[in-house]
Write a protein that binds this ligand. Structure first.
Ligand code: PAF
Length: 280
């Protein structure tokens, strides 16, 4: 495995790499990231894992400095996952002094997470675009765990005619159902079990939809009842939305997506799940 830090080095080597699959991460790798690396490994000649804690995607309320980091462990996990290249650009390479060009997706990025984390998606799309320019991958792998991020990145790729494929990979969960996230490190094992309440609420809605319940108000009320069982859960938003436009739906016609975010013991957790209506 090769460790690359400079863009010039990456550019010089890129021509020999054949089909490149890129897995973008902010490090502190967990099984969710490893599943993306496996998906990339299966079909690409070269797998590039970028490790970059991106300062511009942290809204003022988020704490960039305390974001969990463990580079030696990340490198071990990447090597064990048969990654060919780990790209760790310096902050100087990504945001040189005077940097002032931003990539911003409109309506899709402004609701849900966009309302709670101002500027977050502008930071994500800017760094994702910059790293696409540096690595020039043929495919990039994103987890469905960050569903809105996935939809926003797909929109950027389509709108800007970027010549690459975005591959969506299923959410990986702890045995309790809690979606894997680097932020789970802030919670004890015991609290993580309790924090899976959002997922359990979504499973309840899915159960109802499977039995034919289609009104969003009914499904949301049922989810709220499940969430009320956990006093530590402080909900930011919960919605049933169109899978592509992310617009709220009054009624599920065949499929929709549940999206939600809550604060649990002060840790912000997001989740989402497909909702499939039983056909009559
Ligand atoms: O999902 C993440 O880890 C980040 O938002 C990403 C895509 C690596 C951009 O910094």
């Amino acid at each position: 495995m090769k460790l690359v830090g400079r863009v010039a080095e990456l550019r010089a080597a890129r021509a020999d790499w054949g089909r490149v699959g890129r897995v973008p991460t902010m490090g502190f790798l967990h099984d969710g990231h490893l599943s993306l690396l496996r998906a990339a490994r299966a079909v690409n000649e070269t797998v590039v894992n970028s490790l970059c804690v991106n300062p511009t995607q942290f809204a003022p309320s988020d704490v960039f400095a305390s974001y969990p980091r463990d580079t030696p462990r990340d490198l071990e996990l990447a090597a064990a996952s048969d990654v060919d290249v780990v790209f760790m650009p310096s902050e100087y390479d990504v945001y040189p002094p005077g940097f002032d060009t931003w990539v911003e997706v409109g309506a899709l990025a402004s609701r849900w997470e966009g309302e709670y984390r101002h500027g977050h998606f502008r930071g994500v799309t800017t760094v994702v675009m910059k790293l696409f320019q540096m690595i020039q991958p043929d495919a990039a792998y994103f987890g469905e765990k960050d569903y809105q991020q996935l939809v926003v990145v797909k929109k950027m790729v389509a709108d800007l005619n970027l010549p690459l494929e975005i591959v969506a990979c299923p959410t990986v969960r702890e045995p309790s159902g809690l979606a894997l996230s680097s932020r789970n490190a802030y919670l004890s094992v015991e609290r993580r079990r309790a924090a899976s309440i959002l997922y359990r609420a979504m499973l309840r809605a899915q159960e109802l939809a499977s039995s034919g319940v289609s009104e969003s108000s009914v499904l949301l009320a049922e989810m709220q009842e499940v969430l009320a069982q956990e006093f530590a859960a402080d909900l930011d938003y919960l919605a049933i939305v169109d899978r592509e436009s992310l617009e709220p739906l009054d009624r599920v016609v065949s499929q929709a997506r549940m999206v939600g975010a809550l604060r649990f013991d002060g840790v912000r957790l997001i989740d989402n799940l497909e909702l499939t209506l039983r056909s009559a």
